[in-house]
Design a binder for this molecule. Structure first.
Ligand SMILES: [Zn+2]
Length: 561
């Protein structure tokens, strides 16, 4: 169950502009507009000949590529796009861009019909589209209002090129012809509250326990042929059904502020949803995974949620929360499988993958815990799921336009955990990670940097930094790869340290105080071997620390500055 943010339309900008010629249809639009104008005599509607003349004048000034999409329900352009127009003066700063944007709105008024006097600056947004082979853009948004009374869903978005200040498009969701609109209500606010309570009782059979303070708005009343302004009181009325486990009842009402007539109703509650959060125990922090380790609860971002018949219903959100249409109680299934991670496989002989079947008892607040009594075998699956998904989210947060994960297609990355085919180590094949179980038998010689010394316990390698390191080996070839394995191993450690935000690689890999295993660290002091072989610090992993040390320390200094 959730509430709508509020009534009214949206101001979402459109960008980047579509290719030329994809949609105008002006003659057909005009035919409808002409009929509407005849039938309803809407004074705001421009004559098509006026719009044609205005577009010709605009093209003469700014180039022939400009197109105008006309909305027949208002009889004006709602999207001017396709060309490039120079600003009157070059913007030098943020205020300059807002000024330039307003200049474009004024210059194109005959096309969109929105009086600039009815617009108030709301915000300016920088769009780093150069990351997807376009150029950086700036959107400036103005909200429409008359005498401080907002036009619901009414705004004008101006899109400009960030480097060259060109105008790229003007888009309007507002109402033309509002400059003389009268915003004086005849119905007082208190009367609107009474109207809402009465209406609520007749709609629901409940007395309203709460009505919001009536807010004066200019509603956009739409039907198939027209979109017109109406001065209205906007009120929300609600009741809670005490003693029942049912959603509250809540409605939005719009009453004409001059006549008191009800002009629009909207249910404010999405009924019959069941919501909750999927969580799992994972190994605490970046520690080693073993039976006596520490565990903490984490949300299972983007995990797939199945119904009792194994049909997928939805994916959880980034924070593990989900909403399912239906009524509680409701049975769902989850396993370590999600939107960006294929199902984690459990490799020991006869090892089964963890699946949690859970009955959601309440409409809201359900908590589904996948790994209630954490042991090594299941926590290895949980860790692998959690950290592979974290790497995806880290890349997406660093660069929202990075498409490398998409190139996995349907072969999403995953891990085979508790894989005794390797010892005290991780690896990759095809599009999956291989991670070994804990054991003591693999510990032997002292000559390898990362392996345990004799008698030590090597912990399960399904732990934070090792998972990130191995996954990065799957990602690097997609970014073009590296010239040397040393460089690649160093970069894999950089990913591991950056994603986990700490400087120790493979912490607690070996549990033995007397013979701890060697650490690789970001705060190392290894130097580049100018004259020696590339692997002069030992193997490619150890030598890669020259790179991971440099990049880790650079990150620390950037964070301090
Ligand atoms: Zn490696």
């Amino acid at each position: 169950m959730g509430r709508d943010a509020e009534g009214g339309g949206t101001c979402k900008p459109r960008y980047p502009p579509p290719l030329r010629g994809t949609s105008t249809g002006a003659p057909f639009h005009w035919l409808l507009a002409a009929i509407v104008a005849t039938l309803w005599e809407l004074p705001a509607i421009a004559r098509q000949s006026d719009l044609d003349a205005a577009l010709e004048a605009w093209r003469a000034a700014h180039g022939d590529l400009w197109e105008l999409e006309v909305d027949p329900t208002v009889g004006f352009g709602v999207y001017l796009y396709g060309g490039l127009a120079d600003p009157e003066t070059r913007p030098e700063d943020e205020a300059g861009f807002v000024e330039a944007a307003m200049g474009f709105v004024q210059a194109s008024e005959a096309l969109h019909g929105i009086d600039p006097e009815t617009l108030a600056f709301e915000r300016r947004v920088f769009l780093p589209l150069s990351l997807i082979d376009s150029s950086d853009k700036i959107t400036v948004r103005f909200l429409q209002q008359v005498d401080g009374v907002p036009v619901e869903g009414g705004c004008v978005n101006v899109l400009m090129d960030a480097a060259d200040d060109y105008l790229l498009s003007v888009q309007s969701t507002g109402l033309p012809g509002l400059e003389t609109f009268d915003t004086t209500p005849s119905v007082p606010a208190a009367a609107a509250s009474v109207l809402a309570s009465g209406r609520f009782l007749s709609d629901t059979g409940f007395h309203a326990e709460e009505t919001s303070a009536p807010r004066l708005v200019i509603a956009q009343i739409e039907d198939e042929t027209s979109r017109t302004p109406r001065l209205a009181w906007f009120v929300q009325a609600s009741a809670w059904r005490e003693g029942e486990r049912l959603p509250p009842v809540s409605f939005y009402y719009w009453f004409d502020a001059r006549s008191g007539e009800l002009v629009r109703t909207r249910d404010a509650v999405k009924h019959y949803d069941v919501s909750g959060t999927v969580v799992s125990y994972v190994t605490t922090g970046t520690g080693g995974l073993h039976e006596d380790g520490d565990f903490e609860v984490k949300p299972m971002s983007r995990i797939a949620i199945f119904d009792a018949n194994d049909e997928m219903i939805t994916y959880a959100a980034d924070d593990g929360t989900f909403t399912i249409p239906g009524t509680a109680p409701l049975t769902i299934k989850v396993r370590y499988e999600g939107e960006v991670t294929a199902q984690i496989e459990n490799e020991p002989p006869n090892g089964a993958e963890r699946e949690e079947t859970h009955t959601l008892q309440n409409p809201t607040g359900n908590i589904v815990t996948m790994n209630d009594s954490p042991d090594e075998e299941v926590t290895a699956q949980a860790n692998a799921y959690y950290w592979i998904t974290r790497v995806h989210d880290w890349i997406a947060a660093t660069n929202p336009y990075d498409t490398v994960w998409n190139s996995f297609g349907t072969d999403l990355p995953f891990a085979k955990v508790n894989d005794s085919g390797l010892q005290c180590n991780g690896g990759v094949s095809n599009h999956w990670l291989r991670l070994s179980p804990s054991d003591t038998s693999s510990c032997g010689d002292e000559d390898h940097w990362s392996r345990c010394m004799q008698a030590a316990l090597c912990t399960n390698t399904a732990s934070a930094t090792i998972i990130v390191h191995e996954l990065s080996h799957l990602l690097f070839p997609k970014y073009g790869g590296f010239a040397t394995l040393t460089f690649e191993e160093g970069m894999a450690d950089v990913y591991a340290l950056y994603v986990t935000d700490q400087e120790i690689y493979a912490k607690d890999l070996c549990l033995d105080v007397e013979y701890p295993c060697g650490d690789r660290r970001g705060d190392n002091a290894l130097r580049y071997c100018l004259y020696g072989p590339e692997g002069c610090h030992g193997d490619t992993h150890l030598s890669g620390q020259v790179l991971s040390g440099a990049l880790w320390k650079m990150r620390q200094r950037l964070k301090q500055s």
